[in-house]
Design a protein around this ligand. Sequence first.
Ligand SMILES: [Zn+2]
Length: 93
Amino acid sequence: MKIPKEIKLFCKKCKKHSVHKLKLFKEGSKSILKKHARKHEAKHNKGYGGKSRFVVHIKKQSKKPVFVATCIVCNAKKYYVAGNKAKKKAELV
Ligand SMILES: [Zn+2]
């Protein structure tokens, strides 16, 4: 999937269409001390053992690539999700 580096998008700050630069969105590393993680651990460590049911996570094969679009005029950032699902990694041309 090939996407141009610069795209015209609506900017909320400028309140009009302007050129946006695209950059692939990269997820940050997950924190260990998140509430969810603690809760999950507590649930599995309490009681006298036994088996706990767990959900099998299936990795999605194709995803819609997500970009971070920055406005050239005011530097405001927003997400830009490309409409099509892509198995291959998105490429900026
Ligand atoms: Zn702007």
